[in-house]
Write a protein that binds this ligand. Structure first.
Ligand code: DOR
Ligand code: ZN
Length: 421
């Protein structure tokens, strides 16, 4: 097999280097051979392959909205070499057999590593624990009822006690259902009142995180707060970290860029859980990501079929696409304004999410001897997002029509080119 020679790339720390990939590994570039393919990376950054801690792939169950094949192609187009596949599938990933079925689909179809996330509760019903031991036997280390908040504190405690025994992590979808009705569909503020929509108060998020942090402290287990979106949540995570607790948090691109005023358009593409917030919250999550309180960026890539979005706002399915624009949004909101360096981007979008589930072979530096997971980035490239230009099966792209950085030139997963512009 010919190798891949990448000439003159710049690493996250600013050093310039040639790279040579052979048999899935970075090797000494001096060993380049005339049969090797050559790519000119002058002016391009070589970052470690991105790792998404939070992806919805929809297979099995809603293959009309996304499949493992299309979702991981979207991941590759976004510079990702691994995604964590959330359990809210049909059937739910709540047994060893379900996890192994999904792993088998991924082996056949995927353009990025698929890390299976197991459910916390059986059927995501929040009433009894899923088969966490069986899921762990299938290699699962992260457990989440994402899409729903696990409200029952006793079940949370039981889950923490079990998960701790195998150094797993409990990832919570932080939204207290008791603080909002079934029709809650956006952020509670003057805009929701003006539009006559029921809102989610910000305290529905931060109060759950505070409770969970106490349970994590009491049990000694690892806790991960999914898609945090409010200033108060950032404060709670800050407090947990000051106490030295094994707590991590993620923020999504849409919460870094978009505001709840977009709900005034009536376009259900802007409906998402947790909801888009106000400018003060957006600033708080940016500041939290900049100072490391928020450990990582996830996408919450949530494809939905057109008919599930073509409904009145309170009834439309929540969720938006994220994989293909995630890095562009992070550049726009964080790197451009000088709030994150490229080394910080590697940490927040590759190393930290890989550490979350102790992934071997992902979230490693671009260096000789390491597995060849790589994204080549053009920091100057920008274009208007066109929701039709996508690998996803769905079109619920909240960035459609926006001019954004368009950085991904090439993605390499385990030595194999999974995307090339
Ligand atoms: O908006 C959301 N959509 N939030 C979630 O937590 C789940 C996701 C989905 O699966 O559609
Ligand atoms: Zn969620």
């Amino acid at each position: 097999m010919p190798g891949l020679f990448i000439g003159g790339a710049t690493l996250a720390d600013g050093t310039r280097t040639d790279l040579l990939i052979r048999d899935g590994v970075f090797v000494d570039p001096a060993a380049v051979h005339r049969d090797d393919e050559r790519v000119d990376a002058e002016g391009l950054l070589a970052l470690p392959g991105l790792v998404d801690p939070h992806t919805h792939l929809r297979e099995p169950g809603r293959e009309d909205a996304e499949t493992v094949a299309t979702g991981t192609l979207a991941a590759a187009r976004g510079g990702f070499t691994a995604v964590h596949a959330m359990a809210n599938l049909s059937p739910v990933t709540d047994t060893r057999a379900a996890a192994e079925r999904l792993q088998a689909i991924a082996r056949a179809d995927a353009s990025a590593q698929v890390v299976v996330v197991g459910a916390l509760s059986r059927g995501l019903a929040g009433e009894e624990l899923a088969d966490l031991d069986g899921l762990h036997a299938a290699g699962v280390t992260m457990f989440s009822d994402d899409g729903r908040c696990l409200m029952n504190a006793r079940l949370m405690r039981e889950a923490f006690d079990l998960i701790r025994t195998f150094d797993g992590v409990l990832a919570q979808h932080c939204q207290d259902h008791n603080l909002a009705g079934a029709t809650a569909c956006c952020h509670e503020c003057s805009i929701s009142h003006e539009l006559g929509l029921e809102g989610w108060p910000s305290v529905a998020e931060s109060s759950i995180i505070a409770r969970d942090v106490e349970l994590a402290a009491y049990t000694g287990a690892r806790y991960h707060a999914c898609h945090i979106s409010t200033a108060e949540s950032v404060e709670v995570i800050r407090w947990a970290k000051r106490r030295g607790l094994p707590v991590t948090a993620e923020v999504m691109p849409h919460h870094l860029l978009l505001e709840t005023a977009l709900v005034r358009t009536g376009d259900t593409v802007y409906k998402v859980n947790p909801p888009l917030r106000t400018a003060e919250h957006v600033e708080a999550v940016r500041a939290g990501l900049a100072d490391g309180t928020i450990d990582m960026v996830g996408t919450d890539h949530a494809p939905h079929a057109a008919q599930d979005k073509a409904k009145p706002f309170p009834e439309a399915s929540p969720g938006m696409l994220g994989l293909e624009q995630a890095l562009g949004v992070v550049i726009q909101t964080m790197v451009g304004p000088g709030r994150l360096t490229w080394a910080d981007v590697a940490e927040r979008m590759s190393y930290a999410p890989a550490r979350l589930t102790r992934l071997a072979g992902q979230g490693r530096p671009v260096a000789v001897g390491e597995p060849a997971n790589l994204v080549l980035v053009d920091p100057e490239s920008a274009r208007v997002v066109d929701r039709e230009n996508t690998a996803s099966k769905s079109r619920n792209n909240p960035y459609d029509g926006l001019l954004l950085p368009d950085p991904v030139v090439m993605t390499v997963w385990a030595g194999r080119v999974t995307y090339r512009r």
